[in-house]
Ligand binder design. Structure first.
Ligand SMILES: Cc1cc2nc3c(=O)[nH]c(=O)nc-3n(C[C@H](O)[C@H](O)[C@H](O)COP(=O)(O)OP(=O)(O)OC[C@H]3O[C@@H](n4cnc5c(N)ncnc54)[C@H](O)[C@@H]3O)c2cc1C
Length: 168
């Protein structure tokens, strides 16, 4: 069982570790993969989405996605009409958000945005390992150093990308 829950990315040495599976962590992981850079994604969450998994009250975004626009969805200019899809090189992975909306509003619901991020991760092959990084009270002054220290207990890397917001 331990072997199963350790996958992917069991404790070990990685060139790059990305912490977090919100839109920031997912976009970084996607880009690293396309550049052929080996890395591990570690997150406190059990699935992709980050903050978009857990808003308690506001269940609709403030940023729009307009399915109908004067340019095709795979044209760079469409990004002006779609603020919520992650970016990808492959046309089939671009502009995922409009295809997941129910048409009620130009502003996706929180669950639609969560599905958008989960779909992007699934289709582009982003893997993640549930591994909450621990903080201590002394981490206030040097949070990154503490995070590096906590990672060093189980894994090591030469570069760490933090896809987490302060206070998250
Ligand atoms: C109420 C609300 C409404 C918003 N509305 C919009 C909107 O309409 N449009 C818009 O574009 N943005 C909106 N935002 C902002 C948006 O949610 C953030 O900009 C976005 O989620 C930031 O992405 P991120 O990947 O940097 O961080 P997050 O989405 O916060 O993800 C952080 C990730 O890091 C992980 N993590 C944190 N601490 C640890 C740890 N110690 N160890 C391991 N993993 C850890 C978390 O589990 C999570 O996976 C809103 C935010 C809120 C709160």
């Amino acid at each position: 069982m331990a072997e199963l829950t350790d996958r992917p990315f069991p404790p070990g040495s990685y060139p790059v570790i990305v912490v977090g599976s919100g839109p920031g962590g997912l976009q970084v992981s996607y880009s690293l993969s396309r550049y052929g850079i080996d890395h591990a994604v570690l997150s406190a969450d059990e699935a992709p989405g980050g903050m978009f998994r857990r808003w308690p009250f506001f269940q609709r975004l403030l940023s729009w996605t307009k399915p109908y626009a004067p340019v095709p969805h795979d044209h760079p200019a469409y990004q002006r009409y779609d603020w919520n899809s992650l970016l990808a090189d492959e046309p089939e992975h671009q502009a995922l958000m409009p295809g997941l909306m129910d048409g009620a509003s130009y502003f996706p619901s929180r669950p639609e945005m969560q599905q958008n991020l989960e779909t992007f991760a699934s289709r582009t092959g982003i893997a993640m390992h549930r591994q909450p990084m621990t903080y201590s009270s002394s981490s206030v002054a040097y949070p990154s150093a503490r995070i590096l220290a906590s990672v060093a207990m189980s894994s090591s890397c030469s570069t760490m990308v933090l896809g987490v917001k302060r206070g998250s």
